[in-house]
Design a protein around this ligand. Structure first.
Ligand code: ZN
Ligand code: ZN
Length: 136
């Protein structure tokens, strides 16, 4: 599926081809900290299809719950998370792009929840929390 999107301030824009079958939620504590939220949602985008304007700031996360080093990229202007990928020079094979920055975000339905052992305790009952259609 074609995707396009941008960070909150517009410094970073991207487009590419995403795999709607590979959308996941991550409840790991690094994703909670890195998003400032309860979990992260990301979709697989092949590096060969990814075009980006602007230069995200990267940091190498060595102490992920999985123990796997990952590059975490975010906008230097507004802090929006952009993607994670494998460390290395030049374009990488695969990127996990953050679904919330995509214009097509409503079309990507997560297929699995990873690191559920650190999910916040109210996650399974979020549908029962009182809802306001605007603000609140
Ligand atoms: Zn930005
Ligand atoms: Zn995570």
């Amino acid at each position: 599926m074609r995707i396009d999107g941008s960070c909150a301030c517009g410094t970073i824009t991207l487009e590419g081809e995403a795999d709607p079958a590979d959308v996941s939620i991550c409840h790991c504590t690094d994703c909670q900290t890195g998003t400032g939220s309860a979990f992260r949602v990301s979709v697989l985008v092949r590096g060969a299809s990814l075009k980006m304007t602007g230069q995200p700031t990267n940091y190498l996360k060595l102490t992920a719950d999985s123990g796997t080093p990952r590059i975490q990229a975010f906008c230097p202007g507004c802090g929006s998370p952009i993607y994670s990928t494998t460390p290395g020079d030049g374009p990488q094979d695969a990127y996990r792009v953050r679904v919330g920055i995509l214009r097509q975000r409503r079309e990507f339905v997560p297929k699995r929840q990873n690191w559920f052992r650190s999910a916040l305790p109210w996650i399974d009952s979020v549908g029962a929390i009182a809802k306001n259609q605007k603000g609140g």
